[in-house]
Design a binder for this molecule. Structure first.
Ligand SMILES: *Cc1c(COP(=O)(O)O)cnc(C)c1O
Length: 428
């Protein structure tokens, strides 16, 4: 089999959302069809939950299938044909990720199982190793639980303190308050690059610049940022940058930690096992250099290759083109939702990404989500793994519509129509 089958070719063209939609098999399905006594045709799927997990293009599905059918084997330890081939593909995926992020070095790219695992890796190998009791970690109130709880566990284990950057009523990070949080005991910053609830994009470069003035390393949670815009880690200067594959149109089970190699070099292993050691004996074990040192056990091989295919796909369309398309959807959907009386959008930061959280007077978000689902509209409701932010914004929960490269204005209309129907249903 030739390698050509794995490469995607997409000529530059004006943004053709229908053609893009055709790349995603699941988008042509319907939901809620009923057979039997009261048959009902299915409703077209309006998928506005990509912020929780994005759908997969055929290129990703096919690449993973073909890899499993043609080239699959365990990696790194084998001398045989397939093992070498699978190793080459896995390492090529590392190169893809490094290029995608404009990482300082491919040796700083660690494959993990998720963004969550990547953050836990840093909280263990960096924070728990180098921070002393009384040292402080700065996070923001806007973090996903994945960027709060690992630091809290480190806090408990090492007697650390956590300081929290506030946001204003629009959901804009308070940069002045952030700068004032630094003191002699500040040793780590961990902040999101884009809020999964509000869509707020934070001033990453400025966050890093201020921290570095104090000699403090920064972890940025890019789980949403890499989906909605171009990220240049070298330009931002982040010490650690993490994201997760499944929100970037790739598979589940794969995440990325992009770290400065000189920092990784100083960090002890996170997990122990095969593939991360140089030699093992009961008188002492030695470890490989990073990134292998942080990839204990058989890694998610097929998933890493699937992630590289997703990056291929996204780059094929063009990240600027995707951002422009999503910006149009955000502007359009925001205006249309604002037509609805009693609807309030939570998170109105300038330059935000295409994520719209909202509440409707007299309707619980959970009921709203359940009813719009009957119209085929999939939105997320609840706290979105960001309970402290919910408290700050003064809401118990919200409904969240998150837009992706395959969504359309007609789908924003479908959301608006469904919300109007909900209001009628509840007499709100
Ligand atoms: C989804 C998400 C995470 C966690 O990703 P996992 O794949 O669940 O590990 C972390 N941060 C943000 C901002 C997210 O949106």
């Amino acid at each position: 089999m030739s390698d050509i089958a794995y490469t995607l070719e997409r000529p530059a063209a004006p943004y053709d959302v229908e053609r893009i939609r055709a790349d995603f098999p699941i988008l042509s399905r319907t939901v809620h069809e009923r057979t039997g006594k009261k048959p009902q045709p299915g409703k077209p799927l309006v998928y506005l939950d990509s912020g929780a997990s994005a759908q997969k293009p055929r290129h990703v599905i096919d690449t993973m299938t073909r890899f499993l059918e043609e080239d699959y084997s365990n990696i790194h330890r084998g001398v045989h044909f397939l093992s070498q081939r699978a190793t080459d593909r896995f390492e090529a995926a590392r190169d893809s990720v490094a290029a995608f992020l404009n990482a300082p070095s491919r040796d700083g790219i660690v494959f993990t199982r998720s963004a969550t695992e990547a953050i836990n890796l840093v909280a263990h190998s960096y924070a728990r190793t180098f921070l002393e009791p009384g040292d402080e970690i700065i996070v923001s109130v806007m973090e996903h639980h994945a960027n709060i709880v690992p630091w809290q566990l480190a806090q408990t284990a090492r007697g650390l303190a956590i300081k929290v950057v506030p946001v204003d009523d629009r959901g804009v990070l308070d940069l002045d308050a952030y700068a004032k949080l630094f003191g002699p005991r500040t040793k780590m910053v961990a902040i999101t690059h884009c809020s999964n609830v509000l869509g707020t994009v934070t001033p990453a470069k400025e966050i890093v610049r201020i921290a570095h003035q104090h000699g403090v390393p920064v972890l940025l949670d890019g789980s949403q940022a890499v989906v909605h815009g171009t990220v240049d880690v070298k330009d931002i200067g982040a010490d650690f940058y993490v994201f997760t594959g499944h929100k970037l149109y790739g598979p589940t089970g794969i995440g990325v930690l992009c770290a400065k190699p000189e920092l990784l070099k100083t960090m002890p292993p996170y997990q122990g096992g095969g593939d991360m050691i140089q030699s093992v004996s009961f008188s002492g074990t030695t470890f490989k250099e990073a990134p292998a040192r942080f990839e204990a056990g058989t890694p998610p091989i097929t998933e890493a290759i699937g992630l590289a295919a997703a990056i291929d796909y996204v780059e094929g369309i063009g990240r600027d083109a995707i951002a422009a398309h999503e910006h149009d959807l955000l502007t359009y959907a925001t205006a249309r939702l604002q037509e609805i009386e009693g609807l309030r959008i939570v998170g109105t930061a300038p330059g935000k990404a295409a994520i719209i959280s909202f509440v409707v007077d007299g309707v619980h978000p959970h009921d709203l989500g359940t009813v719009v689902d009957q119209y085929g509209v999939a939105v997320r409701v609840g706290q979105h793994c960001a309970e402290p932010l919910m408290d700050r914004m003064g809401v118990g929960s919200t409904a969240r519509a998150s837009f992706a490269l395959y969504n359309t204005r007609a789908e924003a209309d479908a959301l608006v129509d469904a919300v109007k129907a909900v209001k009628e249903f509840f007499g709100a």
